[in-house]
Design a protein around this ligand. Structure first.
Ligand code: ATP
Ligand code: MG
Length: 454
């Protein structure tokens, strides 16, 4: 029976022993030849893997592909994010590999990790074999290095993420499976490695949900029980919201909000942000409404942070004070807080008719905020105005600038802004339509002013 209190009181060695004592996986090492799967990868990835293996032998370091790419290789799913695990000599490997692929390499001396962004746009992440020690639940881990690959794999989140692909030239393409990951993947089973895992790092709960939603995995009975137990009993005070939001971002970048709602009753993941709410019909229909607008503007190639809007709908009733405490970008906070202001904003829009007046109202809002207004508006006439702004008004600009006004005889100063504003207003209202007409209006306005000054 696991004892959380003793576990976090234990020193590094004891904690590790307790973790093994409370393991939920069987150790059943097996290897499979997967070189046929490598053949169907993009050429550039194959080149990177081959070269990494070659450099590894040269610098006497064992190097494996691990995590998502190995998992997706078996499923023949595309993945562009390569994670490597390396026994030692990581700085050498990064230097040689980044020279070879003309990439930007970096190395973190403290954590013995590194990454390379290759010229062709692949992201390579590296970590040296390690074990972790958690001084208290949800803390950042202290890292201890190990020579043993199995120890490194044992600290990971789920069995399907523990398989490695050997890159050594003599064993290239051998898949090594220590904890039955292949069987779990085939049976679509989500299995956590040991009983303390979600206490150590609750963000694994969100990672697990991602595997359920994206890969159709179902937690085995013990994993499910632990997920529910931790979500129900833990207060998540220690975990920094930004860590949670980073995992939520990945989840919501790749999945619609409405794909999640079915899971949230069993797995109320927003509790990690200290937020409890029931999934009501209203949220479900807002999420669906949002997706329609996202699809519509995606088609039009508008650049929109979709994950943030999905999150904003889920967090609609969360207090702005709470959101302000999170250590995320101000522009992100503003969007997350926006649903709370929507009623009054929609009223203003409802009572504004003239095109330039609408333009002024909407100018205050980001594109994302406009989409939220669309999502939560019940009136067709209001939605039409929002669309007119997004698709027409926001794209209108004038060809005239301050230099041209000076050429036309206006002195530099605050008047310039005023004149430009009036020209823009005329263009938005449809009173003028082209450069000629802009110039004519500019001349008229300047004449009027200069006349007044005399
Ligand atoms: P993706 O395909 O989205 O990149 P991934 O499984 O590769 O999925 P990464 O965040 O790239 O996810 O992490 C790489 C690997 O590192 C994981 O497969 C897992 O083995 C391990 N890992 C990542 N985050 C955690 C975590 N919070 N706890 C334990 N292991 C983790
Ligand atoms: Mg990855």
């Amino acid at each position: 029976m696991m004892d959380i209190y003793n576990y976090y009181q234990a020193d590094t060695v004891e904690q590790n022993q307790l973790r093994y004592k409370n393991k939920l996986v069987d150790f059943k090492y097996s290897t499979y030849d997967k070189s046929n799967k490598i053949k169907i990868l993009p050429d550039e990835i194959v080149k990177i893997l081959l070269k990494a293996g070659k450099i590894g032998t040269k610098i006497m370091s064992d190097i494996y592909l691990v995590g998502g790419m190995t998992r997706d290789l078996l499923l023949e799913r595309e993945n562009r994010d390569l994670d490597f695990v390396v026994s030692n000599n990581l700085p050498c490997l990064i230097e040689e590999l980044s020279t070879e692929f003309d990439g930007e390499g970096s190395y973190n001396e403290k954590f013995h990790t590194g990454s390379i962004l290759t010229r062709s746009g692949f992201n390579l992440d590296f970590a040296t074999f390690r074990q972790e020690y958690y001084p208290y639940p949800a803390s950042l881990p202290l890292v201890k290095f190990t020579e043993n690959l199995k120890d490194d794999l044992f600290r990971r989140d789920f069995t399907v993420n523990t398989m490695v692909l050997n890159l050594h030239p003599d064993r290239f393409g051998q898949l090594e499976d220590y904890f039955g990951g292949i069987e779990d993947l085939n049976k679509r089973r989500l299995q956590v490695i040991h009983s303390f895992s979600f206490y150590d790092d609750p963000t694994r709960i969100i990672r697990g949900l991602r595997l359920m939603v994206e890969y159709g995995l179902s937690p085995d009975e013990r994993t499910k029980r632990l997920l529910i137990e931790v979500l129900r009993n833990f207060n998540f005070i220690e975990i920094t919201p930004v860590r949670v939001i980073n995992e939520l971002r990945i989840l919501l970048e790749r999945n619609k909000g409405s794909d999640l709602t079915g899971y949230l009753r069993d797995y109320p993941i927003f509790r990690l942000l200290q937020i409890d709410f029931e999934i009501k019909e209203e949220i479900i229909s807002s999420l669906q409404q949002l997706e329609e607008y996202l699809a519509y503007y995606r088609e039009k190639k508008y650049n929109i942070r979709e994950w943030l809007l999905r999150l904003a709908v889920f967090l609609k009733d969360v207090s702005p004070v709470q959101i302000d405490e999170w250590d995320i970008k101000k522009s992100e906070k503003d969007i997350l807080k926006f649903p709370g202001k929507i009623k009054s904003r929609l009223n203003i829009i409802k009572n504004t008719e003239e095109r330039f007046a609408l333009y002024k109202v909407f100018q205050e809002y980001t594109r994302e905020e406009c989409i939220l207004l669309l999502t939560f508006s019940n009136e067709e006439s209001t939605r039409d105005k929002i669309k007119i702004y997004l698709e027409e008004l926001s794209r209108i600009s004038i060809d005239i600038d301050g230099f041209i006004l000076q050429d036309l005889g206006l002195k530099a100063g605050p008047e310039m802004r005023e004149v430009l504003d009036r020209i823009l207003a005329a263009k938005i209202s449809g009173k003028i339509n082209n450069t000629e007409e802009e110039l004519k209006l500019a001349r008229d306005l300047i004449k009027e002013r200069n006349g007044r000054d005399k």
